[in-house]
Each structure stands twice: as structure tokens, then as C-alpha cells.
Design a protein around this ligand. Structure first.
Ligand SMILES: Cc1cc2nc3c(=O)[nH]c(=O)nc-3n(C[C@H](O)[C@H](O)[C@H](O)COP(=O)(O)OP(=O)(O)OC[C@H]3O[C@@H](n4cnc5c(N)ncnc54)[C@H](O)[C@@H]3O)c2cc1C
Length: 672
């Protein structure tokens, strides 16, 4: 079979790996990236980038300080008007996002929040007239904006946001104010220095009544001088765990006046006299969250695939230890422990990609339901995407860190790209809904199902993903097939959901309120949500592999990846599966053997599998994960960029370290 990544002059270990491919990498690439068109355009965009010297970084950006990184990103942004019409002439959204991530990579750039949050907020929350006024300017980048919701004092509990927008009917304006220190907006991406407009979520107060948080469109800087407007204090919040090219910012208001029509009015409205009109569909806001999260799940799946690509390619060229004396050192990828660390990451990346894809399909179903006047699918969709957002970001972080550690010392170097990738991805455990809070939201939906089961009433809503709750499982589980393993995981999920519900009810029976009981049962509720989300991913992956149109050779590797994924999950959940005797120790051991067998079969394809993800060098950002495998000479070259290497002897050496050594020598010699 063909691995299309083989090129003359590559590291021979990688070429030998690629020659073993049992499938056509191009076929798998199209399946992973979604379509032949996507793959073609991704490659054209990367080619274009390589042919554009002005878009290149002066040195690898990890050698730049924070201001230099930010300036470099601004410099490249200014070139977009020249390049975008050439490289993405039809303005295709997916292609644009590809181009941006190729040019700017993942550490943040001035248009990041503008594209991902501001424009979608206008699209989903502005009325027609507002859209006509704001959208063309936003799409042309005539202003740059962000989304300012979180405050110093509150992130999760939006009801307690403190920024106020008080309506003044005399002037038909809102007065924006930050009444306390904790009311300061804190965290919004690109707020500190890039944005001159922002969405601000503030408590709407009209005719003396507080209607709670609503979104407003607010100018914070002068469009020409870029100075902050009177009544606004804005700046950067300082260095962070990652994404330090992003100027995440703070923002305070001192009685800033904005026109009435700068309140987003597609849903709720305030009339000129101050009369408040509530939204017709109060659930619609959840729809946009679902949409953003479904894309986030895909992005996360791809980040895990990138980490696995780096670590597996490196493990194929890294030789360490002689297993058979005299036979030479082995590739570290030949150690079963290394395969057990890395290949499950490949399988998880696939599983998460498929789950994200399915949620995007469900979102489309939701939209067509809305057109017909029904939002029935929304509670489940919200629960599923909340659970997935949390589980996927968490597992992707664990997988990146596992990949990093599997690269030994070089994984700790920024040259591997893995520490930066971890820093970027771990933020995703917090933004777009803090992970623990997301799981508890998923649990709210599950508790309703459990209540229906315990009360023996028909559920309000039943779907493919929840049907298993209403079926009794076989008394003895059997994990000899992925479907059998899914049934066992469903059994555990059902038990954990009912257990969490019973715990909740038992606490309530002691006289405690529902809310108190909810906080006291939190750990079990979280366990239930995790278990249910796991069944969702496993089911979608099984379904995908069953129905995918692929050649037998490609289908065979997908089946092995599926087995690896499913049995790895069984092992991770072994305590829950064994707890009530549904599975026995022998079943768990059988699952382990399935994993070892899958690893053995996948090992010859390991490099080809990660090649088939089709990430380019810009996306991987890794010296040790290079396609050509020429790691060592390029590590030496990379290190030459260090500013510490500009001078053989640093200008201040003799002032401190050199002087200290000379003084110590003088002391020693004077004692002689
Ligand atoms: C990299 C990054 C980028 C961001 N970008 C933006 C942005 O562009 N715009 C913006 O507005 N904000 C942004 N944020 C802020 C982000 O949305 C919030 O940090 C997030 O919503 C969590 O809120 P918090 O920080 O107040 O945490 P808290 O809500 O204070 O959470 C702290 C802890 O309390 C727990 N907790 C809180 N509530 C509950 C509950 N009900 N039940 C159980 N446990 C609970 C949490 O699990 C967590 O462990 C960003 C944050 C990061 C890290």
C-alpha cells in the first residue's frame, strides 16, 4: 500500500516505517479531515504560506519575548488584506480558519476572538437592522472586537455579574458602569491592546428594575487614534500559562454612555421609553453555545492528533536500549509501554473527531427543528455537548502530556512544540464553560432521566443516545466485541446515573433543599456525566466504523483503532464495570489482551497513521516531529536562535558571575 509522505533523503527509519503501511494514507486523510476538498485546500494554503516570505516568522516565535510575539502577529495581520483575496478568494470560512492557523499558529492573534466570538455574536444576537450596520464592517475588519463576559469576581455564575447597563430614557442611552473592583472584566481574548469594540455582558437596568445580564455592543477605543475612549480603562492582564501572544485583557467602565440601539436586540429589547420586552425563545442562547462547543471538540481532537504525530514520529527515529545483545539499539516505538502510551492517543483523536462531527450534525437537526417550531432536541444536545466539551478537553490534555513525557528530555524542550500545545489546550478546560461545571450541567439532564425511570413514567424525550437508560442489561456482560463493550459501559452509566439520583433524593429526604443536595451529591453526579459521555463517544465511533465507505485495508486499521479505543475505555472504567459483578476480572483481562493485540497489529502502521492526519510543519511546530525525521541536526540549528547564543561571552558576565568566580579564586589564592 502507499504512504504518500515518503520523500527521498528522509531519515531512513521513517522511510522504512512508511514502507510498511498496509493502507493508502490519502484515503485515511480524506476520512479524517472530512473531504477531499478540505485536504486539497489545506495543502494549497500551506503551499501558499511557504511561498510568501513576508508571512514567515523572523525566528521561531518561541525565541521572541511577549511584546515581540505580539508585534509579529500584528505585522502579519496587516498583510492579510493583501494575501486573503489571493489564497481564499471565495472567503470560505473553513479555508480562512486554516489560513489563519497556518500563518499565526495557535498562540493567539489579534483577530482570534473577532472571528470566533464577535462575528458569531452579531450573527446570532443582533436584529436585522443591527446586522446590516455591523456585520459588513466586522467581516471587513474595519473594527476589531472581542467578547467580554467574565469579571474578576465571577465567571461561571453569570447571574452575579456586576457590570451595569442602566437605561436613561431622557437621552435614549445606556450608562455602562463597573461599580466595584470585582466588576472589572477580566480575561477576554484580544481585549487588552487589539480590540476597539467589544461585546459587553452587563446587567440591564431599566425603570429601576434589574433584568440580569444582557449583551451590548460597545466602542472602547477611538477608531483612528486607538486611544481608550473617556469612561473606559482597558489593558492586558499579564503573562499566562499559555497563549501569551494573546492580549487577554481587563476593562472597566466609568459611566460610559452608549446609544440604546447598541443593546443586541434580536432577542430581548428595550423600547425608547425604557419598556423591557423579554425574548420569545429564552433557550436560543444555548444553541450558539452548542455550535461553538461542537467546533471546539473538533479542534481539540486535532490537537491530540498533532501531539501523537510528534511523539510517534520521534519514537520511530529515537533509538535507545539494546533488547537483543549485538542487534543494535531499538526504536523506542518498539517498546510495548511506548505503544501503550501513544497509540491510544491516535485512537482517541479519531473518536473525538467523530463525536464532534456527530454533534455538528445534531446541531443542524436542531436548526431544522427550530424552523418547524420545535426545540425538543435542545436539552439533550446541550447535555451532550457539555459532557463532551469537558471529557474531550480533559482527555486531550492528558494525552498531550503523555505524548510529551513519552519523548523523554526532548519532549520538555519548546523545540518539541508539546509544552506550548499543552499550554494552549489546557485553557480549553476552563473557557467555554469550566469543565466540572459542564459535567454537572450534563448531569442535570441525566437526573431527569433517572427520575423518569425510578417513577416508572415515560421519559419526556428519548433518543439514540439515551435509549439504553430504559433497557435492562443482560445479567452478565460480555466484552468480546466493541458492541458488547458498549453495552457494558452503558450498564455502568445507567447504574451511576441511578446511584447519583438516589444519593440526591436521599439527601433531600433529610430535609435539605434540592440545591444543597445537588452540591453534596456533586462527585457522583460528575461520575454519572462522565460515564454517559463515554457511551456517546463509543457509540458514535462504532457507528462510524460500521458505516464508513472505505477500502478493506483502510477499514481494517479503523477497526483496530476502534478496538484500541473501546478497550482502553473499558480498562479506564474497570472499577465501575466490576463493581456490581456485571463484568468479571477475566473480562477485564480479556479487554487488556484485546488492547495488546490491537497494539501489535497497529505498530507497523503507527507512523503512517499519524502521517494520515496530514498536519503540516506549521501546525506541528515541532523540531522532533518533522516529516523528514531529521531531528538531531535541526535541534542543534534551532538552539542557535537562542538570544543567549548571540554573544560567546554575555555583556554582563564579568559584572556578576565572572566577577564572583574571580573573587572566589582571589580568596582561595590569598589563603595559600
Ligand atoms: C485561556 C482563557 C481564555 C478566556 N477567554 C475569555 C473570553 O474571551 N471572554 C470571557 O468573557 N472570558 C474568558 N475567559 C474566562 C472563562 O470563561 C472563565 O474563566 C470560566 O468561565 C470560569 O470562570 P471562573 O474563572 O470565574 O471560575 P470559577 O467559576 O470561579 O471556578 C472556580 C472553581 O469553582 C468551581 N465551581 C464554580 N461553580 C461551580 C458550581 N456551580 N458547581 C461546582 N463547582 C463550581 C469550578 O469547577 C472551579 O473548580 C477565559 C479564560 C481562560 C483561562
Amino acid at each position: 500500500m502507499v504512504n504518500s509522505y515518503i520523500q527521498p533523503g528522509d531519515n531512513p527509519d521513517l522511510t522504512a516505517e512508511r514502507r510498511q503501511a498496509t493502507f493508502d494514507t490519502e484515503e485515511l486523510t480524506v476520512l479524517f479531515q472530512g473531504s477531499a476538498r478540505s485536504v486539497k485546500r489545506r495543502r494549497e494554503i500551506y503551499d501558499y504560506y511557504q511561498r510568501s516570505p513576508d508571512l514567515q516568522d523572523p525566528v521561531p516565535v518561541d525565541f521572541l519575548d511577549r511584546v515581540e510575539k505580539y508585534e509579529n502577529a500584528q505585522r502579519k495581520m496587516a498583510l492579510l488584506t493583501k494575501h486573503v483575496p489571493k489564497v481564499v478568494p471565495d472567503g470560505n470560512f473553513e479555508d480562512l480558519m486554516n489560513f489563519f492557523s497556518t500563518v499565526f499558529q495557535q498562540d493567539g492573534f489579534p483577530l482570534g476572538l473577532h472571528n470566533s466570538m464577535l462575528i458569531p455574536t452579531i450573527e446570532n444576537n443582533a436584529d436585522d437592522e443591527q446586522k446590516r450596520e455591523w456585520l459588513p464592517k466586522a467581516r471587513a475588519n474595519a473594527f476589531i472586537g472581542t467578547y467580554a463576559q467574565t469579571e474578576l469576581g465571577h465567571g461561571t455564575n453569570l447571574r452575579k455579574l456586576e457590570t451595569t447597563a442602566t437605561y436613561d430614557p431622557n437621552t435614549e442611552e445606556f450608562v455602562l458602569h463597573s461599580p466595584t473592583v470585582t466588576a472589572s472584566k477580566w480575561w477576554p481574548g484580544n481585549l487588552g491592546k487589539s480590540s476597539n469594540f467589544t461585546v459587553v455582558v452587563a446587567r440591564l437596568i431599566s425603570k429601576g428594575k434589574d433584568y440580569g445580564p444582557h449583551p451590548f455592543f460597545v466602542q472602547i477605543r477611538d477608531p483612528v487614534t486607538h486611544k481608550s475612549v473617556p469612561g473606559v480603562t482597558v489593558g492586558d492582564i499579564g503573562p499566562k500559562f499559555g497563549i501569551n501572544t494573546n492580549d487577554n485583557g481587563f476593562l472597566r467602565f466609568d459611566h460610559l454612555r452608549i446609544p440604546r440601539r447598541n443593546m443586541f436586540m434580536k432577542n430581548a429589547k428595550v423600547q425608547p421609553d425604557g419598556t423591557y420586552i423579554p425574548p420569545v425563545h429564552d433557550k436560543l442562547a444555548y444553541g450558539s453555545m452548542v455550535y461553538v462547543r461542537s467546533f471546539m471538540i473538533r479542534g481539540m481532537a486535532h490537537h491530540l492528533a498533532q501531539a501523537a504525530t510528534v511523539a510517534i514520529r520521534y519514537s520511530a527515529i529515537r533509538r535507545q536500549g539494546e533488547v537483543t545483545p549485538g542487534a543494535g539499539e531499538v526504536q523506542v516505538l518498539d517498546y510495548q509501554t511506548q505503544q501503550y502510551r501513544l497509540l491510544p492517543q491516535v485512537a482517541r483523536a479519531w473518536a473525538f473527531e467523530i463525536a464532534g462531527r456527530y454533534t455538528r450534525y445534531l446541531y443542524q437537526e436542531f436548526l431544522s427543528g427550530i424552523d418547524k417550531g420545535s426545540a425538543a432536541i435542545l436539552p439533550e444536545l446541550h447535555a451532550v455537548t457539555s459532557g463532551l466539551k469537558s471529557l474531550v478537553t480533559h482527555h486531550v490534555c492528558l494525552g498531550i502530556e503523555q505524548s510529551r513525557m513519552a519523548c523523554g528530555g526532548h519532549g520538555y524542550s519548546a523545540a518539541s512544540g508539546l509544552p506550548q500545545l499543552y499550554g494552549i489546550v489546557v485553557g480549553g478546560c476552563t473557557y467555554e464553560g469550566e469543565n466540572m461545571v459542564m459535567l454537572l450541567q450534563c448531569a442535570r439532564f441525566l437526573v431527569k432521566i433517572a427520575a423518569a425511570i425510578r417513577k416508572g413514567v415515560a421519559p419526556g424525550f428519548k433518543s439514540e443516545a439515551t435509549a439504553y437508560f430504559f433497557v435492562n442489561s443482560a445479567s452478565n456482560g460480555n466484552v468480546s466485541t466493541p458492541s458488547g463493550a458498549l453495552a457494558a459501559l452503558e450498564h455502568a452509566s445507567r447504574r451511576l446515573t441511578l446511584l447519583a439520583y438516589d444519593r440526591l433524593e436521599a439527601i433531600k429526604a433529610t430535609g435539605k433543599s434540592h440545591n444543597i443536595a445537588w452540591t453534596e451529591a456533586g462527585v457522583d453526579l460528575r461520575r454519572a456525566a462522565t460515564a454517559h459521555t463515554r457511551t456517546f463517544i463509543v457509540r458514535q465511533f462504532i457507528e462510524f466504523v460500521k458505516t464508513v465507505k472505505a477500502t478493506p485495508a483502510t477499514k481494517a486499521v479503523l477497526e483496530d483503532l476502534l478496538k484500541l479505543y473501546v478497550y482502553y475505555e473499558v480498562i479506564e472504567a474497570d472499577g465501575d464495570l466490576l463493581f456490581d459483578g456485571h463484568l468479571k476480572g477475566a473480562d477485564i483481562e480479556a479487554a487488556r489482551v484485546q488492547i495488546y493485540e490491537a497494539l501489535r497489529r497497529l505498530r507497523p502502521n503507527a507512523v503512517s497513521l499519524v502521517d494520515a492526519f496530514d498536519f503540516n510543519e506549521r501546525e506541528l511546530n515541532s523540531v522532533i516531529g518533522r516529516r523528514d525525521g531529521h531531528v538531531y541536526e535541526n535541534l542543534l540549528k534551532w538552539a542557535q536562535n537562542s538570544p543567549l547564543n548571540k554573544n560567546d561571552v554575555l555583556p554582563f558576565h564579568h559584572k556578576y558571575l565572572g566577577k564572583a568566580m574571580i573573587d572566589a579564586q582571589d580568596g582561595l589564592f590569598s589563603k595559600l
